[in-house]
Design a binder for this molecule. Structure first.
Ligand SMILES: NC(=O)c1ccc[n+]([C@@H]2O[C@H](COP(=O)([O-])OP(=O)(O)OC[C@H]3O[C@@H](n4cnc5c(N)ncnc54)[C@H](O)[C@@H]3O)[C@@H](O)[C@H]2O)c1
Length: 284
């Protein structure tokens, strides 16, 4: 999207961290922004900040785990601005633990926010972006945890691999309709992700002030979320598919793919396949 001035963006998880960074960057660039979030006070403060600078910004309370709530947020965006061009499915939470060491409630919370939130966002907003024919852009916030599996982050990794998969699928589907697709894969960004449980819904055990001190300490060393907001804006203008915030983590992706390719080396010499009757060419 080369011309973003006057265009409309919806951002989920926009009351804090990277979502707020994007809202600031988008509105400073002349876009109209609908900020969606589950945390009312932080949302009100974010909208007041942007309006105070003379920007066209509105807020909508949304719980991205709830399909109806996301569709209502899409309608609120249309009611406020008439159209929507950019959808950023950014709301996310971080729960740590191995697959077996993570409670069912925390598994469901992580998957419902991080994966289903993106599904509902795409279902609610993509038809609205297609409808007006002016083109647009989808950004889904995944993580480097969607590129490489950190230990003790099983549910989070699983949710973020799903976001990468949905984004790559959408990239393949939107090659010639003037709708760009990006997947944001942050490494370490200085946000409030370490206190995600402040917004945990009742169905998942309720809100708690429990925090991951280890994660908080790590995030404090991270990039400013306002820089990420600027970077996402630049990626939308450049139609950049993968948005990496930490170029120094490139080696993690290389390491993962070296391990995967080593699996092919092994398959080429393994006994079971040597004697198998197998098609060598598969047309997809
Ligand atoms: N901070 C990092 O280092 C990092 C790294 C990789 C990926 N991410 C991802 O970036 C995204 C943004 O997180 P952040 O780091 O800015 O954290 P943050 O906690 O500062 O912001 C997340 C926002 O999402 C909102 N939210 C949580 N649950 C919600 C729900 N059910 N419905 C609507 N809104 C909800 C929160 O209220 C909050 O405003 C997340 O998807 C996260 O997984 C963060």
């Amino acid at each position: 999207m080369k011309n973003i001035k006057g265009k409309v963006a919806f951002i989920s998880g926009a009351a804090s961290g990277m979502g707020l960074g994007m809202a600031r960057a988008f509105s400073a660039a002349g876009m109209k922004v609908m900020l969606g979030d589950i945390q009312k006070e932080a949302l009100d403060a974010a909208v007041a900040e942007l309006k105070g600078k003379g920007f066209e910004a509105e807020g909508v309370l949304v719980d991205v785990t709830d399909r109806d709530s996301v569709f209502a947020a899409a309608q609120a965006t249309i009611d406020a601005f008439g159209k929507v061009h950019v959808c950023v499915n950014n709301a996310g939470v971080g729960a740590s633990g191995s697959a077996e060491g993570t409670s069912e409630k925390n598994w469901r919370w992580t998957i419902d926010v991080n994966m289903w939130g993106v599904v509902w966002g795409m279902q609610a907003f993509m038809p609205l972006i297609k409808e007006h024919g002016e083109g647009g852009h989808l950004v889904n916030t995944a993580s480097m945890a969607g590129m490489f599996s950190w230990k003790e982050l099983s549910a989070y990794n699983a949710s973020k691999y799903a976001v990468v998969a949905m984004s790559e699928t959408a990239m393949a589907e939107h090659t010639d309709d003037n709708i760009g697709v990006s997947v944001l894969c942050p490494g370490v960004v200085n946000t409030n992700l370490g206190t995600s449980a402040r917004n945990r819904g009742e169905d998942y055990g309720g809100a708690t002030d429990s925090k991951s001190e280890e994660m908080i300490a790590m995030l404090k060393q991270g990039l400013s979320p306002d820089v990420v907001g600027q970077q996402v804006l630049e990626a939308i203008i450049d139609d950049q598919a993968y948005i990496f915030t930490d170029p120094n983590l490139r080696s993690w992706v290389e390491t993962r793919f070296q391990r995967i390719l080593a699996g092919y080396d092994w398959a080429e010499q393994c006994d079971a396949l040597k004697h198998a009757d197998q098609q060598t060419e598969i047309n997809l």
